[in-house]
Design a protein around this ligand. Sequence first.
Ligand SMILES: Cc1cc2nc3c(=O)[nH]c(=O)nc-3n(C[C@H](O)[C@H](O)[C@H](O)COP(=O)(O)OP(=O)(O)OC[C@H]3O[C@@H](n4cnc5c(N)ncnc54)[C@H](O)[C@@H]3O)c2cc1C
Length: 396
Amino acid sequence: MSTATRGPSARLDPSDFLDVDSLLSDEERLIRGTVRDWVRSRVLPGIDDWFERGVFPREVATELGELGLLGMHLEGYGCAGASAVSYGLACQELEAGDSGFRSFVSVQGSLVMFPIRRYGSEEQRREWLPRLARGEAIGCFGLTEPDFGSDPGGMRTTARRRGSDWVLNGSKLWITNGGIADVAVVWARTEEGVRGFVVPTDARGFSTRDVHRKLSLRASVTSELILEDVVLPESAALPGVTGLKGPLSCLNEARYGIVWGAMGAARACYESALEYARTRVQFGRPIGSFQLTQRKLVDMLVELSKGTLLALHLGRMKDEGRIAPQHVSLGKLNNVRAALEIAREARGVLGANGITLEYPVIRHMNNLESVLTYEGTNEIHTLAIGEAITGLPAYR
Ligand SMILES: Cc1cc2nc3c(=O)[nH]c(=O)nc-3n(C[C@H](O)[C@H](O)[C@H](O)COP(=O)(O)OP(=O)(O)OC[C@H]3O[C@@H](n4cnc5c(N)ncnc54)[C@H](O)[C@@H]3O)c2cc1C
């Protein structure tokens, strides 16, 4: 490229082609760098083994707490009070390691600590938030049921009043962290509408069963929660919200993290494919020298660059208090779809090597299939955006 078209300060970093770095503050870069280093030293060396064995290394919870990543975008009670952009950057770096780690942090911070912080009593906040922030306690979020996923309003789990107590019955399925949790935020049908309950997992009548034989998000615990006459005091109910808007507001927080996280997984796939294409020789030349391969790599880079800018834009909107759930839907819809396309394309570039755990690509690709489904499927986000622009709901 001639100097006439490329100024002296322009830099073309294959991993940050549009210099998104320059749009971040020093503090944001510091947080991102800290998480990136931690992922390099603590996640990447062990992830293939954890993924293969289907385990989440529970012991990292306190390390994530020490790093200030648990409930990091919340204020007080031991939480870091970081900006939405910083939280997003942390999600991006964690998911560049593995979606299971980002899922752990999303569930703990956005699906468990967020509702306790926003809708909980002072007593609930004091009891749970500092321990959850330190990673000494692990939380899970029970909304989905075997027969009600995209349509949680149909849930069958009930909470009935008995004297001054609540009695919970029902089951929840596909619950991240369920089998390792100390506390579950469980959403149940009551006479007043859907309400949230803070359920210690050692409560009598509460049990879990892990989901096995997953081919996606294997370094993450996914479980069924079973509630059989679980008796809880009045103080276990979240006092600050009634109705589906409670759980939906939590999901909106968590899926904001996915907007960023998906780009982390995508970046890892793109970087792996780029490196491979530069070094793998076929027909006497690196495969990266073939036009067809370059087109694949460039398509990946274009989507990665757009998706990263979209995440940052949504993060700035969130920090300015201007973000609507439908904005987040657009980000989740686009970035997970783009990340999956990047992962699948990268897998192909790696040829046979692309199907092994020697490279991170197929692990990310398989993980992203879960990310596509949870926190609202593509179809549900399409319908949410469709309703926003037409004024016409089309769910039924
Ligand atoms: C690994 C993993 C972890 C999870 N963690 C949690 C968790 O921690 N807590 C929790 O509560 N849940 C969790 N979930 C559940 C997740 O949120 C649900 O799987 C998701 O909401 C979809 O529900 P479903 O699987 O029942 O699919 P369904 O709702 O049965 O949907 C099946 C298909 O039908 C489509 N569909 C449904 N309705 C419509 C419609 N109106 N128009 C067009 N298409 C439609 C969907 O988009 C999808 O493609 C997790 C799931 C996975 C896979």
